[in-house]
Design a protein around this ligand. Structure first.
Ligand SMILES: *Cc1c(COP(=O)(O)O)cnc(C)c1O
Length: 241
């Protein structure tokens, strides 16, 4: 099992590099988030040994349990929250996570920020946008470009919150059969961040979290700065929480 994880991890790294070269991107600007939801602490330890530095998780209580199981080894990695956050789970995020990719509504930004501030913390955060209009997707509505100016204003309000350092956008395309199906959504996300930068003059808002096991190579080509890869590295998840 350890060998399989090592092989898959290295194969993903190679594909990231190939895609970056193909599209003239700088590898330093692309961070791999290894998504470990539904994976055992043993497998997490293996991928950490291979050199994974950022782990992505969706369920804060599950993460908390794993962190306790991992003991001191957990210090070698950063944990990023990538899933829909319920208000009652905020305290786990404050304790365990060093970044959140999934600010999907104004209230959670407000509540999380205030709890972080109380703990003397400030963490990087991305605004999750729904670019497809699919109802099952979380995130701020952004499929209709006529709403982009209002969205920019909303993001500017969130940027005033003390506990969060808002650095860019995250998106999850609709379920796709093949990688190419996601390209138009990734392009749209890139256009949205350009729109934001132009309207505000804030070019430090420049992080794009997009691409999963299926389509991370396309995401790299379209400007992703974080890609979130789970099963292509870790193997099948067990969906029991
Ligand atoms: C689970 C998950 C991923 C990883 O998906 P894989 O198909 O395992 O690569 C990425 N992003 C989010 C938001 C997820 O929930």
């Amino acid at each position: 099992m350890a060998e399989e994880i090592a092989d898959r991890f290295n194969s993903v790294l190679e594909k990231i590099e190939t895609s970056a070269i193909r599209s003239g991107r700088n590898l330093d600007q692309i961070q791999l988030v290894v998504v470990t939801k539904g994976q055992s602490s043993e497998k997490i330890e293996q991928v950490m040994n291979e050199g994974a530095r950022i782990l992505g998780e969706n369920y804060p209580e599950e993460t908390h349990k794993k962190i306790l199981e991992l003991g001191p080894a957990r210090k070698n990695v950063e944990w990023h929250m990538i899933g829909h956050l319920q208000s009652r789970k905020i305290k786990f995020v404050v304790e365990d996570f060093s970044m959140i990719h999934s600010i999907d509504r104004a209230e959670i930004a407000l509540d999380l920020s205030s709890k972080l501030e109380q703990s003397g913390k400030k963490i990087p955060a991305l605004i999750e946008v729904n670019l497809s209009g699919e109802e099952s997707k979380h995130g701020f509505s952004a499929w209709n470009e006529a709403n982009w100016p209002a969205l920019v204003d909303e993001i500017e309000k969130i940027r005033e919150l003390i506990g969060l350092k808002v650095t860019g956008l995250m998106t999850m395309p609709p379920f796709a059969e093949k990688a190419e199906d996601s390209r138009s959504i990734f392009k749209k996300c890139f256009r949205l961040i350009e729109f934001y930068q132009k309207k505000t003059g804030n070019s430090a808002f420049n992080q794009l979290s997009m691409g999963t096991s299926l389509d991370f190579e396309v995401a790299v080509e379209e400007g992703a700065t974080y890609i979130r890869v789970g099963e292509a590295i870790m193997g099948n998840r067990n969906y029991l929480k």
